[in-house]
Design a protein around this ligand. Structure first.
Ligand code: ATP
Ligand code: MG
Length: 315
């Protein structure tokens, strides 16, 4: 991993002022988004050949120290992974101990299934000391649907006997009004996180703005490309700063032309392949919620039952 020092597009060999400008216009504002791009995306964005595009991508990877790592190096990195408790031990167990750092955890499900509640709870719990299931760090909440509620933070903090004022103080909230705004806030969050004081970045909801901004059929490819870049910004912030990322996602209310399954999360394979953990939430009898782990690199699939209470997420 490289340090937090910002490298600009112009620092890449083969990228002059004009190319850099074209890249930025196409939404590749950071070296990290160039590093995660495909040659065909860059070709189209800048109007260069495939070989030149590949050279720029490799240069971007090198400048960020993205390279092969040995299994042993990977094990060392895994050892530094920490976990944030969700407030429910059943849900924590399903997640192998809690919400992991260095990863993106995606919670998806229908309205009222508890996605935003889990996001609020994690924003409080991350502040707890490590022995109590936190990281002793603050949270950044990128709110795209105007659902952040300080009142809920107060209730949840009180439920843990934390000072509610302090809990609120340690959560930085930004309201994103469209998908470009959301992308910029994520980049800003990645920058702020370099201080080491942020243990969690939340994007609630990941896909709602993208869905409305790219509504037509012809815009799907650019939507997916932007989403992909956005997810990489978040993943990189998670890796570099050993922090957790939570994103929420709706399910298809009505199957659209691209996806037939009404319980499928929005964003399709792009979001699915970039999230490390995917949890499907649904409402059950008596106010219960069921979480199903649908995709994890190292944990068995399974289910957990939890409740949303006044004091927060509980068993
Ligand atoms: P959407 O897709 O609409 O964003 P969501 O999955 O984010 O939905 P949440 O906002 O997390 O849904 O869940 C809302 C539900 O949480 C409410 O319907 C209610 O059951 C529960 N809830 C919210 N506040 C409280 C509270 N103070 N006490 C108990 N339960 C609450
Ligand atoms: Mg919500």
């Amino acid at each position: 991993m490289s340090g937090g020092k910002a490298i600009s597009l112009e620092d890449l060999p083969g990228v002059g002022a004009t190319t850099a400008e074209k890249l930025r216009d196409a939404g590749f504002r950071e070296v990290s988004s160039v590093a995660a791009a495909s040659a065909s995306e860059l070709k189209d964005a800048v109007g260069i050949g495939e070989a030149a595009a590949n050279r720029i991508i490799m240069a971007a990877k090198e400048s960020l120290d993205i390279r092969f790592r040995t299994g042993r190096e990977m094990l060392e990195k895994r050892k530094s992974v920490k976990k944030i408790s969700t407030g429910s031990s059943a849900l924590d167990n399903l997640l192998g101990g809690g919400i992991e750092t260095q990863a993106i955890s995606e919670f998806y499900g229908e309205f009222g299934s508890g996605k935003t509640q889990i996001a609020h709870q994690a924003a409080v719990n991350v502040q707890l000391p490590e022995e109590k299931g936190g990281l002793g760090r603050g949270a950044i909440f990128i709110d795209t649907e105007n659902t952040f509620r300080p009142e809920r933070i107060i209730q949840m903090a009180e439920g843990l006997e934390l000072d509610p004022d302090e809990a609120l103080e340690r959560i930085q909230v930004a309201r994103a009004y469209n998908s470009d705004d959301q992308i910029l806030w994520a980049e800003k969050a990645a920058e702020i996180a370099q201080s080491g004081e942020v243990g969690l970045i939340i994007v609630d909801s990941l896909t709602a703005q993208f869905r409305s901004d790219y509504a037509g059929r012809g815009t799907l490819a650019s939507r997916q490309q932007k989403l992909n870049q956005h997810m990489h910004t978040l993943q990189r912030a998670a890796d570099l700063n050993n922090l957790a990322v939570i994103v929420t996602n709706q399910v298809m209310a009505k199957p659209d032309i691209f996806f037939g399954d009404p319980t499928a999360p929005i964003g399709g394979h792009i979001v699915g392949h970039t999230s490390t953990f995917r949890l499907y939430l649904r409402k059950s009898k008596g106010g219960k919620r069921v979480a199903r782990l649908v995709d994890s690199p190292n944990l068995p699939d399974g289910e957990a039952i939890f409740m949303v209470k006044q004091e927060g997420i509980r068993d």
